[in-house]
Design a protein around this ligand. Structure first.
Ligand code: MEV
Length: 309
């Protein structure tokens, strides 16, 4: 009898460049290794089932619709490996809040792909799991850039440009980053703000392209600052990026309140992160020692949960 096989994948935050990244500009994304989705695969007498106790779901692969994300990653993985469907149960557990723009969807896909491959005696590279998860990301919103599946698959800070192989950034420099992440508790599916930006861009391409170019400049500035561990410059780039995301209409009163509270509490920079209209924001403290006071200020300002990078 085979044993239970367990594999996991991390959460993520976008440091800067979200939305503009859908339109070919660069973004920087960071893994959150302490927030994880886990998939467990064990042999079963019955045909393959996927069980997600956290959300009270049981899915029979045989009858699941084609656009069911959990079934889709299982089918894609089996197809990619050239394997028949095993008799097995896949159980998902995740500590990544769903819908908070922390990469829950891509992390669950990648954990399942890894665990299923391992159950079948195979392994998949970061590039392979990233490509599989990208197909599932398309179910969540029509035109994903691929940044989420990439940073989660590599579990490294990445410089990401759509359609290009990612550049892996120096993990040491990023480890020192005094970043606090706060969840607004307001969950909006990514396709809503992505769709709103798309509609605006269709109406006035020149204006939107100019905003994307301005965001890209701050992303370049942020990369140089990250490598130099120049937190003041990085914080200024984050603030400027947030202002441009407000112009795109993807921030929200809750996100703006948390960003203002973070700055008032001494953060060098603060911005929404990911799709927006809710979800999470990130704030850069002046030092590691200052992160817990910043986290406390964010809780007082209404953050439902606070994490550290
Ligand atoms: C979501 O984490 C980031 C967005 O730019 C969407 C995408 O890149 O696919 C909002």
């Amino acid at each position: 009898m085979k044993e239970v096989v367990e594999r996991s994948a991390c959460g993520k935050v976008i440091l800067c460049g979200e939305h503009a990244v859908v339109y070919g500009r660069p973004a920087i994304a960071l893994p959150l290794p302490s927030l994880r989705a886990r998939a467990y695969v064990e042999p079963s007498e019955s045909p393959l089932h996927i069980v997600a106790p956290d959300v009270g779901r049981v899915i029979a692969l045989e009858t699941a619709p084609a656009d069911e994300p959990l079934a889709r990653i299982v089918r894609l993985t089996l197809e990619h490996l050239g394997q028949a469907t095993p008799r097995a149960t896949i159980t998902i557990r995740s500590d990544i809040p769903i819908g908070a723009n922390l990469g829950s969807g891509a992390a669950v896909s990648i954990a399942i792909a890894r665990a299923l491959a391992a159950f079948l005696g195979r392994s998949l590279s970061a590039e392979e799991v990233s490509a599989l998860a990208f197909e599932v990301e398309k179910l969540y919103h029509g035109s994903p850039s691929g940044v989420d599946n990439t940073v989660i698959a590599y579990e490294r800070p990445v410089w990401f440009v759509r359609g290009e192989p990612p550049t892996l950034l120096n993990a040491e420099a990023v480890r020192a980053l005094p970043l606090v992440i706060a969840d607004t508790g307001v969950y909006t599916p990514t396709r809503i703000p992505v769709g709103a930006v798309r509609a605006g861009w269709e109406r006035d391409r020149a204006r939107y392209e100019a905003v994307f170019d301005a965001i890209a400049e701050h992303v370049h500035r942020a990369r140089a600052a990250l490598v130099a561990q120049d937190w003041e410059t990085l914080g200024a780039a984050m603030n400027a990026n947030h202002a441009l995301l407000q112009v795109l209409g993807v921030s929200s009163p809750e996100l703006d309140t948390l960003c203002e509270a973070a700055r008032a509490a001494g953060a060098l920079g603060a911005k929404m992160s990911g799709g927006g209209r809710g979800g999470n924001m990130i704030a850069l403290a002046p030092s590691r020692e200052a992160t817990s006071a910043l986290a406390e200020a964010l809780r007082r300002a209404g953050a439902k949960r606070v994490f550290y990078a």
